[in-house]
Design a protein. Structure first.
Length: 212
């Protein structure tokens, strides 16, 4: 099994365009974006990590992400690890929709799939049920990153603390028979508040498990 250090080393060698979020249980979750603090010159225009510039550089990123993902997919495939590409939170960014990620990973192998971050879809002003249906129907949805978003667009809240209605989302998962990984992706709390946040997240988990 490939280690986290191997995956990170491959990403660093590529320079930018994908960021490793997590490696566990033979699954690496990636973002199609520039690494934090990185800047690159693509298509004759400088772009920052937040993709605030619009122009030729912005349209060049999906191609570079594809090249990087292809290199990672080759390494991961030979090492027995799966890759899941998570959607980004900005509307119009490369990889902000399930459809754009499916296009990006097309032909990379059965070990490369999707990770849907609910908060990121909300930040991009997308319909969560439409995005989920797209992911489920593709057969390529690996894990879910479940988190809420407040009225100002800040994410990584415990479900129920923000503006997302999770009930129809969970019902769609149950109706489809989805049984893969689910992670409550919660922002780091101050040290003195960690225990309480863990308890609050666990309460939501238990409630959802009881509901089926």
């Amino acid at each position: 099994m490939v280690s986290a250090s191997v995956v990170v080393a491959v990403v660093r060698e590529l320079g930018f365009v994908v960021v490793v979020l997590d490696v566990a249980d033979g699954l690496a979750v990636l973002h199609p974006t520039l690494p934090p603090g990185a800047q690159g010159q693509l298509g004759g225009q400088l772009i920052d990590p937040q993709r605030r510039r619009v122009g030729p550089a912005r349209t060049a990123v999906p191609g570079r992400s594809r090249e990087s993902l292809k290199a990672l997919a080759d390494v991961a495939g030979s090492a027995g690890i799966r890759l899941a590409v998570e959607n980004t939170g900005g509307g119009g960014r490369p990889g902000s929709t399930m459809a754009s990620i499916l296009e990006m990973i097309d032909g990379l192998g059965g070990h490369v799939g999707l990770c849907m971050g609910t908060g990121h879809s909300q930040q991009a002003h997308l319909d969560l049920l439409d995005e989920l249906s797209m992911a489920l129907s593709s057969g390529k949805l690996f894990p879910l990153h479940l988190h809420d978003v407040d009225s100002g667009g800040k994410d990584h809240y415990i479900p129920g603390e923000g503006c997302i209605d999770f009930d129809p989302y969970l019902e769609r998962l149950r109706a489809h028979g989805y049984d893969r990984g689910r992670t409550l992706e919660i922002a780091v709390a101050p040290a003195e508040g960690v225990a309480l946040r863990v308890q609050q997240a666990a309460a939501v988990r238990d409630q959802w498990q009881e509901a089926g």
